[in-house]
Design a protein around this ligand. Sequence first.
Ligand code: ATP
Ligand code: MG
Length: 370
Amino acid sequence: MSNQEPGTGISIDVRNATKRYEKSVAVDDVSLSIKPGEFITLLGPSGSGKTTTLNLIAGFTDLSSGSIEIDGRRVDNVPAHKRGLGVVFQHYALFPHMNVAENIAFPLRQRKIPKEAQARMIGEILETVGLAGYQDRYPKELSGGQQQRVAFARAMVFDPMALLMDEPLGALDKNLREKLQLEIKRIHQEVGRTFVFVTHDQEEALILSDRIAIFNNGRIEQVGTSSDLYERPESLFVARFMGESTVFKSAVSSNGTDWSMDFHGTTIHGAASGGTPSSGALVLRPEQMRVAESESEVPLGSTMVPVKIIQNIYLGSGHKYELLLPDGTTGIVRTPRERGTSLRPGDNAWVHWNAEHGVLLNDHDLVSTT
Ligand SMILES: Nc1ncnc2c1ncn2[C@@H]1O[C@H](COP(=O)(O)OP(=O)(O)OP(=O)(O)O)[C@@H](O)[C@H]1O
Ligand SMILES: [Mg+2]
């Protein structure tokens, strides 16, 4: 079935893709189904395999094993320029000796589009990226942000059914980056094509994406919406990579309905769901906990752990606490302004939460070893 109507995108299916180099495995058995019109972001630390995965989809890198399907058609042996994808690279490269119009015309000439149609398409795409009237400028006469917009325009001018972008905003300062993030989001909504975006910036991924795939060490740890990843992380790596967290680690015992762990003399418990790990890591988000100055302030039935205050920062909208836990690790709590305390660095206090909060994960190493 073809999805190629205007205003939609194409599906991209990566199946068990592996890319092996002589000394390393860059992408290790990655599977990912991208839906038509979806904005999906590949997020992960440096060297985790994001660019390699994008290059496998684009056709710039050959698979060692596995397959890639675009719109239901296997493309492993289809050369890059015949996959119908627009690409913006990690280090954007405009042709310095060509002006803006000539740069953008490049993919149109490759596709043998007639001259008059080219002029119209270039005018339209420059309008979309907010650079109407810049046809005759040369790259060196443009700011970084303007050059990046030209790179977008060049990737999108032939209206590809999917646009692949590898850290397109990486070289820009914060303000410009935020401005272009919103523009990319608007353009995605306007053109409705499939967008595959690579970044190592968690906040950027949250702003832009329908779904995020978290990469770690050549593998995908988890794919989901931002709320899936924040509220239901499936591994400690994801919990730590997506937002702030406090982690309580200890041996876990379970009776089938409840689990409990002894954490340095206090008992932490929760409801068991599915398989309970024997060595657990309970992950709590900063807004799921509160800080109390004395034990008597802790609501009855709450789980509580003694802590030492490292910092109590007033942020206007609320308070942020940095805490020293009994095992020597640190925790973070954020409370609304009216729930703040006058606790100071060095003070003893209690961190507490309702037992239904938190996600109990298996406490294995953050980075898998191969
Ligand atoms: N051509 C190559 N030859 C050998 N190893 C490579 C090659 N390209 C990538 N690698 C290795 O594969 C791994 C994944 O690289 P990749 O470029 O996909 O990472 P990335 O997630 O895009 O990182 P970054 O955020 O730094 O861009 C790295 O360890 C890298 O050194
Ligand atoms: Mg990269």
